[in-house]
Design a protein around this ligand. Structure first.
Ligand SMILES: [Zn+2]
Ligand SMILES: [Zn+2]
Length: 290
């Protein structure tokens, strides 16, 4: 399995000279399975650049964690949507309120968009994620509701002997400290248990979190304790706050590595999500380039 980050930002795109290294595009991660098939995790603005390079890909699966704009904003600018030969399946959380298609169409419709979903030349289908594990492109997928604002999923993707968990918007500590909580009371615990790579929300530094309790995101310490409790082999800090500059994130990363060592883990197992960052994921994960 290979992973490439196309957008690691949360909430709103954050372009600018102080954001160039970690990038300003919102959540989008490409997962390439062992047999070459591609899964796309979220459709934030990062998906536009990903789509530019997906020439010739016919079958495309996009797994949406939820429908906040920072996770769907790039859909309307995803080049395969405008190719007749593309067959796109968009998976996302069910809601009693309206179908997945109707909820996404609130964005891809007038006056917010120049095109309507039904006008897209590609073939696109919208699917609620099943309640039990299912197969997509040969990988086994599990989706579970996690603590955030509104119906939100985390994903576990298993391909052969490799497992990845993607939980970009998550506040597992809401309500109680994570360190002493029984696993069954920790949101997302089973989803992330023992994965080779955990991609997880780390929107706030610890001193920023108290002002944002209940906003649906994690402070650094909670992210680290969650990753440690689930025994993830490797951790990618994700969904950076739009106000966090490269310099701020460098400092946050250094703090994170020290705290991770304090949890008796190796500092090389942790890094910050960076646009363009690419990894081979397996029992021994290696960064290919950043
Ligand atoms: Zn988000
Ligand atoms: Zn969100």
């Amino acid at each position: 399995m290979r992973v490439k980050v196309w957008g690691a930002r949360g909430s709103v795109p954050a372009p600018g000279p102080h954001m160039n290294r970690y990038g300003g595009n919102t959540s989008c991660v490409q997962v390439t399975l062992a047999d070459g098939d591609v899964l796309i995790l979220d459709a934030g603005t990062g998906i536009r650049n990903l789509g530019v390079g997906l020439v010739g890909a016919r079958r495309i699966n996009i797994l949406l964690t939820h429908l906040h704009l920072d996770h769907i904003q790039g859909l309307m600018f995803f080049p395969p949507c405008f190719r007749e030969e593309s067959q796109i399946t968009i998976w996302g959380p069910a809601s009693p309120e309206a179908s997945l298609e109707d909820r996404i169409a609130r964005y891809i419709s007038a006056p917010l968009s120049p095109v309507e979903v039904r006008e897209l030349p590609c073939s696109v289908s919208f699917r609620d994620t099943p309640a039990t594990e299912w197969e997509v492109a040969g990988a086994t997928i599990r989706a579970e509701a996690v603590t955030h604002r509104g119906p939100t999923l985390g994903y576990r993707i298993t391909d052969g002997d490799t497992a990845l968990a993607y939980i970009p918007d998550h506040e597992p500590a809401l309500g109680a400290p994570l360190a002493g909580l029984e696993p069954e009371w920790i949101s997302g615990f089973d989803l992330a248990r023992g994965v080779d790579l955990l991609i997880h929300d780390c929107q706030y530094a610890d001193d920023e979190y108290p002002e944002h309790v209940g906003w649906g995101h994690s402070g650094l310490s909670d992210t680290l304790i969650f990753a440690s409790r689930v025994e993830a082999d490797r951790l990618l800090l994700f969904h950076h706050d739009p106000l966090h500059s490269d310099e701020f994130l460098d400092d946050l990363g250094a703090t994170a590595k020290r705290a991770w060592q304090g949890l008796r883990r190796d500092a090389t197992e942790l890094e910050l999500g960076q646009e363009g960052g690419e990894f081979a994921v397996g029992p021994a994960v290696q960064a290919v380039h950043a």
